[in-house]
Design a protein around this ligand. Structure first.
Ligand SMILES: C[S@@+](CC[C@H](N)C(=O)[O-])C[C@H]1O[C@@H](n2cnc3c(N)ncnc32)[C@H](O)[C@@H]1O
Ligand code: SF4
Length: 362
């Protein structure tokens, strides 16, 4: 069964721009030197949530609290933000956590806030690889964290992984995948390590990933995860049936969502916009009652149509067969797409070349 979103699904993204320590590959809007702003920032978030709800908001079918590190802030303050929103019955509420932060007190707070899904930043289970990424958690804490999330009765667990890290070998990647599978997660996201401009990693070519190695590791992950009953449903995402992320499906289907917090993105068809990037400017704007938006754009119907095909191509739903000319399919290296139910769906090899295939969409 292909997972889907309902036409009236509406998501809210909440951004927490604080980390205990910045990882040197990360380009997200997050800061490790501003813990003194956390309380003010949470006040501003609550205020923005209340204002947005007061002007009218559809029932919220999914919330994603991301970062940065949501597990680094008081769960009761996040509960207040969620409490200010018109949450629909049965909504999916995800919060991201660093494994070392997962304590019974944190989970109790999140449980009370209605969190239904916890996403743990595992990245690797190899201590050497973790250190090379600048991650501070002890891999043994991942199993403890998963167990704690289960004991707290939270229904869905996602584990985030990165492949192609410095010091990673095929053997250590294999072990990480096997270790992750043994934890019986409901969902796994595995991302190719990306060299983001401006990061310390970008200035150190010796640690840059090799594309061929990353391709092999992707295929290895896909085989092991699917054998374990975690089926791919987007290029970087695998899940047990029924545990696909409703919030991410909303993004990939071009649905509407509101972003709260600095640097958060919003989309209300046909317009999208994003908030001021730094927590200081965001707090200032909220306190002064000014808009938090930094800029926005409206896609024309043709650009919107192509974008929606590009997003759909990356998912298990694929695109209608007429989105690719037969002669273009002929020109593609063999075996990148296969036809299912009058739609083109990427094969595992095709998922590695999703961007090249996407260039031919019409
Ligand atoms: C931005 S983090 C937020 C959650 C939490 N702070 C953490 O790191 O686990 C979400 C995920 O983005 C991924 N990520 C961040 N930077 C990346 C990069 N340069 N390449 C690949 N994945 C990256 C990691 O897998 C991480 O778990
Ligand atoms: S990867 Fe996660 S923990 Fe590391 S700096 Fe980025 S947001 Fe923070």
């Amino acid at each position: 069964v292909t997972p889907h979103v309902d036409a009236d699904d509406f998501g809210v993204y909440v951004h927490i721009p604080f980390c205990a320590q910045r990882c040197d590959y990360c380009a997200f809007a997050t800061w490790d030197d501003r813990p003194h702003l956390i309380e003010h920032y949470l006040d501003a978030l609550l205020c923005e949530a209340r204002r947005a709800a007061a002007v009218g908001m559809p029932p919220v079918t999914s919330v994603f609290i991301g970062g940065g590190t949501p597990s680094a802030v008081d769960p009761h303050r996040l509960a207040a933000v969620i409490g200010a929103l018109p949450i629909a019955v049965g909504a999916e509420i995800t919060a991201e956590a660093n494994p070392d932060d997962v304590t019974p007190a944190l989970l109790e707070g999140w449980g009370a806030a209605g969190v239904t899904r916890v996403s743990l930043g595992v990245q690797s289970l190899d201590p050497v690889v973790l250190r090379g990424l600048g991650r501070t958690h002890d891999p043994d804490n991942v199993a403890i964290a998963v167990q704690a999330v289960r004991s707290a009765g939270i229904v869905s667990v996602n584990l985030d992984l990165i492949y192609g890290s410095p010091h990673e070998t095929d053997v250590s990647w294999c072990r990480s995948i096997e270790g992750v599978v043994a934890l019986r997660p409901d969902h796994v996201s595995a991302y190719a390590l990306t060299v983001e401009p401006g990061t310390p990693l970008s200035r150190d070519p010796a640690r840059h990933p090799d594309a061929d190695e990353q391709a092999d590791r992707y295929l290895l992950a896909d085989r092991s995860l699917s054998t374990a009953g975690l089926e791919w449903y987007e290029v970087s995402n695998w899940s047990r049936a029924g545990h696909e992320s409703r919030h991410n499906l909303l993004y990939w289907s071009g649905g509407d969502y509101l972003g709260l917090g600095c640097a958060a993105h919003s989309h209300r068809s046909p317009r999208r916009w994003w908030n001021l990037r730094t927590p200081e400017r965001y707090i200032e704007a909220v306190e002064a009652g000014r808009p938090t938006e930094a800029a926005g754009e409206t896609l024309g119907p043709e650009a919107a149509r192509i974008e929606s095909l590009q997003l759909a191509l990356r998912t298990r739903r694929g695109v209608p067969t007429d989105a690719l000319r037969p002669e273009d399919v002929e020109l593609l290296p063999g075996g990148l797409v296969e036809a299912f139910d009058r739609r083109w769906v990427l094969t595992p090899e095709g998922r590695l070349m999703a961007n090249e295939v996407a260039l031919r969409l019409r």
